[in-house]
Structure formats: structure tokens, C-alpha cells
Design a protein around this ligand. Sequence first.
Ligand code: IPE
Ligand code: IPE
Ligand code: MG
Length: 237
Amino acid sequence: MQSNLRNLHVAIIMDGNGRWATGRGLPRIAGHTAGAETLRRIVEAAPDNGIGVLTVYAFSSDNWKRPQVEVDALMELLACYLDGEAARCLANGVRMSIIGRRDRLPDSLCESIDDAERKTRHCNLLQLRLAIDYSARDAILHASELAAGAQITRERFEVLLGETRPVDILIRTGGEQRLSDFLLWECAYAELVFTNRMWPDFGPFDLQRAIQQCAHRERRFGGIPQAPAAVQDHWLR
Ligand code: IPE
Ligand code: IPE
Ligand code: MG
């Protein structure tokens, strides 16, 4: 079913891979591998759900604290994902870009990132942004440094933050109800959806349900309640 909403920026905190795996007696990395499959399916389903920009949290700057063996496996899996998906994204009109620091990533992953971004740079059906070694607080600090104390507007600051636009809907799987340093600026007026579903079990139907559930919410942006027709207007661009 097609969404009646258009050009949404949806952000997803893809959480719960580890618990999904350990609950099945599997090593945590099996959960990450299953999670990469979920991401493939969700990217495929995104345009039909009215999504124009999809930003997903793949590895936080705080995830370096994890055991080295898990970090190494995640770096390898991310490179594999990018290498494997670049051609499919190109064929499906999906532009891939990576947000976050690159200077601490393995060279092989940086090469995969450059390659995927270069191959898909002209695609314009969907923008897929993967957050790798990402911290919203660090991104805000970095943009502030670039602004160098000058008087700037919010719009200009958003360009310094990474040419993004506000998040309409933020979904977090895995049952936790926190942002874990993800898109703190961009989520100022995002509608939040928390689901107990672990990320490897999250499917296109869950995505559709999360978005449809938000379509009935009134976005007031600090204003006062509107006539019912205006509620839908907030979601249509
Ligand atoms: C999210 O799943 C993926 C990453 C953080 C890389 P987790 O690995 O955090 O899974 P849980 O929360 O331990 O179940
Ligand atoms: C957030 O999940 C990071 C990603 C999903 C990549 P975490 O599992 O790292 O977050 P916390 O530690 O539970 O807050
Ligand atoms: Mg987690």
C-alpha cells in the first residue's frame, strides 16, 4: 500500500540486534548480520511509504566501547553492506551517503564508503544516509567550530551540520526510549515512535504502521490546535 504522505525524512535507531541473537542462543554478530538484511528490506520499502530521506544509525561514536571483536565484525559487515548494496541502490535510484567521522574508520571501510557514494551520487528517488561513528553532540560542536562565532541563522547552521533537513519521524526499535546521541538538532520537532520489535524482526509492515500512526498526530510546532484538514497538510509537501 502506498503512503499518502510525501517526501518524509525518517530516521531509524536500529537497535536490538544483540538481544535478538542472544535470545536465540546465537553470537551477537549474528544479530548484526540479520540486521543488515532488515535494512535492505526497509530501504526497498521506503519510497512507497513516502520517504524521501532515510537516516539510519549504524554505529555510534560510543559503540567503540564495545569488545574489539564485535567492533571489528561490525566494521567488516558495514563494508560488506556498502559493497553489496551500491549496485542495487544505483539501479533503484537510491543515493547513499555517510554521516559521522571517517578518520577513525578502517581504510577498507573508507574505500567502500567512497565507492558507494561515488557510484550513487546522481540518484534521486531516495537519499539513504548511514550514520557511522556518529555523535550528534560532536556534529553540533563541529558545526559550531565551522561557524567560528559568527552570527548565523538556523538554516545556515543546518548546512554546516551536514546539509540535512529536520526529521519528521524518528523510529527506535528494541524497546529503549532514548535518543542515544542521534540527530539531536534535527529531531527538535520529530514525532517519536518507539517499538519493542527487535531490529532484525522489523519489517516493511512495521514501517508502514509507524508512519500511518504519525499521520494522525497533529504537528503544532508550538502553535495551537488546527482544523482537522490542516493536520494532514502538515505532512504533505
Ligand atoms: C544495535 O543493536 C546495533 C548497533 C549498536 C551496532 P545492539 O547491538 O545495540 O543490540 P542490543 O541493544 O545489544 O540488543
Ligand atoms: C544506539 O544503540 C546506536 C545504534 C543503534 C547504532 P545503542 O545500543 O548503542 O544505545 P544504548 O547504549 O542502548 O543507549
Ligand atoms: Mg543496543
